[in-house]
Design a protein around this ligand. Structure first.
Ligand SMILES: N[C@@H](CCC(=O)N[C@@H](CS)C(=O)NCC(=O)O)C(=O)O
Length: 225
């Protein structure tokens, strides 16, 4: 049926390709929740190798989750997605106006998404277990997380308020929260070494947008079936 002239067309719902335990997907779920955006959850099971399916490779040729679909925009990287959401959906700004604080938020996000997580993604851990030895991926991961957390702790300890860079939730929090959550729940990181990050973790666990993004709350989490 033809649209009545001038009738508003509802924008297509956003789609998020995600895996429940993926920290990169977790970041994007937080950003979407903070901005109040509804989305269709499209589960990609990394353990079953669904990220290598030819259909998914059309969405993200890097064979990684997350990927966001917004109309004809398809974006396959959490950092790019976060900046896209920030530009397109101004509700709840993730980047402050102050240039120094904006740069700090971008730096902390970058520490997580290029200085920590890629060094312990599934591909790397499988390679280490196979080529270096069984059980060797855990100390490797701990070393990478400790190095990144030491840097992040130093950067935020002087400026943190309720959240990482002040009293508002910002991009730094969106990236730190999933990494700290994984550190605590999966990689036995001693958070006593990072008192500011440990305190931030407590705040994130109380915040509804962060709670709804938690791995165990996702439709493809084993516990939610
Ligand atoms: N730079 C990408 C990295 C994405 C990434 O590493 N995703 C992980 C899950 S957190 C993945 O899909 N891993 C699959 C694999 O390593 O084979 C981003 O930030 O989105």
């Amino acid at each position: 049926m033809a649209e009545a002239a001038g009738a508003a067309v509802a924008p297509a719902k956003l789609g998020l390709y995600s895996y429940w335990r993926s920290s990169c997907s977790h970041r994007v779920r937080i950003a979407l929740n903070l901005k109040g955006l509804e989305y269709e959850y499209k589960a990609v099971n990394l353990l079953k190798g669904e990220h290598s399916d030819p259909e998914f490779m059309k969405v993200n040729p890097m064979k990684f989750v997350p990927a966001l679909v917004d109309g004809d925009a398809v974006i396959g990287d959490s950092y790019a997605i976060a900046l896209y959401l920030e530009d397109k959906y101004p509700e709840h700004p993730l980047l402050p106006q102050d240039l120094k604080m904006k740069a700090l938020n971008l730096q902390i996000a970058s520490i997580v998404c290029s200085g920590i997580q890629p060094l312990h993604n599934l591909t790397v851990l499988r390679f280490i277990e196979k080529k270096v030895g069984t059980g060797e991926s855990i100390p490797w991961t701990q070393q990478q997380i400790d190095r990144g957390f030491a840097a992040a702790e130093n950067l935020v300890k002087g400026c943190a308020g309720k959240y990482a860079t002040g009293d508002e939730v910002r991009l730094a929090d969106v990236f730190l929260a999933p990494q700290i959550y994984a550190a605590v729940t999966r990689f036995q990181i001693n958070m006593l070494n990072y008192p500011t990050l440990a305190r931030l973790h407590e705040e994130y666990m109380k915040h509804p947008a962060f709670q709804a993004a938690l791995p165990d709350r996702q439709p493809d989490a084993p516990s939610s079936t």
